[in-house]
Design a protein around this ligand. Sequence first.
Ligand code: CA2
Length: 147
Amino acid sequence: MKILVINGPNLNMLGKREPSVYGNITLKKIENIVQKKAKSLNVDVEFFQSNHEGELIDKIQSASESKIDGMVINPGGYTHTSVAIRDALLSINIPFVEVHISNIARRESFRHKSLISDIALGTISGLGPVGYIFGLEALFEMYGTKA
Ligand code: CA2
């Protein structure tokens, strides 16, 4: 099984700014713990982060050719604005889990709306970095027998 973990804009700043909202852990560390979990499940995992909407769309589109079985995606601020990322996710037939480090329902009202929640398998919001692990585990439980 092969899983792609995608992080959107500003998530490269994790652990460096706003620790009260997003915690102290860096994206690199999160990727390391997800990698460790993936290894224990015998799952291949690939990581991608970009601050650019078009690059995120290119990566989502290329997931089909890369034989990705599932995705864990945190589109960052694009969650609330990007019809284009929603369209890219709709254009491929790959299940995905939406993850947010913070609890978007508890924050400003403009963060309450996600443009991808209704097309995701499910959404994990507010559980911090462990949300990425739960996303991976959910995909493994639901689709892991395929490969
Ligand atoms: O809680 C999440 O994971 C978010 O997707 C994070 C986005 C935010 O726009 C969403 O509403 C919720 C922002 C990511 C910004 O990450 C930073 C990390 C450290 C320092 C500054 C920004």
